[in-house]
Design a protein around this ligand. Structure first.
Ligand code: MLT
Length: 270
């Protein structure tokens, strides 16, 4: 992989230094990570898809090696950060893939910067906004994180991120996920929780999505049920839905080979 790392690009209006990984070729694949993760979740895609596309995988503000600033963050802010990165790299257009929270960012990015999106890959995500109960849950998670650190959030996520079989069969992946989540910091987590809490309902946007769209979901996802992927697939004109068996919320890590094959075929088509 021809990856470059730059851990201190000062490129946003409010001077948030964003760290990112980058592979190279013509088609650009922008991969946006989920919560409370970082671009390390895309290691296998950076390694295996670098021949098919230039894979650009930012750490969102407050995550991974990017700068952390006080929140609240918003989906608009996170989407604009990604656009600032593409601008800095001289990239006009990208296939935009987002995992879970990263999918919320990808939909917002489409809404705000349609002309920059060549295709969409919506992974383990949903279009709807939080319910009132869901919003209250974000606030109590944020309060808990402020009082006790990220531990409770990490252990809450840890229990449900992977399919049950993955926990038993892939201890290395469990360990890697722990390592990624333990690097999360309170300010970044609280900022991201606010962005998720306040996100708008993207369901009305789905019918207007006029770029090739691939939806990938793990059959055993316990964070966002596969029925959410089906709803998006029915509403987005021409979208392709792929349900990956033997995977929970992280199909790109739990079934890397199958995931990468699906994405490679989609990139070819786009
Ligand atoms: C994620 O996996 O990014 C989040 O858990 C999604 C969410 O909480 O809505």
């Amino acid at each position: 992989m021809n990856a470059t790392h730059d851990d201190d690009l000062d490129l946003t209006d409010d001077h948030v230094g964003l760290s990112f990984a980058d592979s190279c070729p013509d088609t650009v694949l922008l991969l946006i990570h989920g919560f409370p993760l970082s671009n390390r979740m895309w290691d296998s895609q950076l390694a295996d898809l670098s021949g098919e596309a230039r894979v650009v995988a930012p750490d969102l503000r407050g995550s991974g090696d990017s700068d952390t600033v006080e929140g609240p963050y918003s989906m608009a802010m996170l989407a604009d950060d990604c656009i600032a990165l593409l601008d800095e790299l001289g990239i006009d257009e990208a296939v935009v893939g987002g995992h879970s929270m990263g999918g919320y960012v990808a939909l917002e990015l489409f809404r705000r910067h349609r002309e920059r999106v060549k295709g969409l890959i919506l992974i383990s995500t949903r279009a709807g906004a939080d319910s009132d109960e869901g919003r209250a849950g974000r606030d109590s998670a944020a309060d808990k994180a402020r009082a006790e650190g990220t531990g409770p959030i990490v252990s809450g996520m840890r229990e449900k991120l992977l399919a049950e079989a993955t926990y038993e069969e892939d201890p290395e992946l469990v360990e890697l996920l722990d390592e990624i989540m333990e690097a999360a910091n309170v300010t970044g987590v609280v900022g991201a929780l606010a962005a998720m809490r306040d996100r708008v309902d993207s369901t009305p946007l789905l019918a207007d999505i006029d770029v090739p769209t691939l939806i990938i979901h793990g059959a055993d996802d316990r964070v966002i049920p596969a029925s959410e992927a089906e709803i998006m697939a029915q509403a987005i004109p021409g979208a392709t839905l792929e349900i990956i068996h033997g995977a929970g919320h992280l199909p790109n890590m739990e079934q890397e080979e199958m995931f990468n094959e699906l994405v490679a075929a989609f990139l070819e088509e786009v």
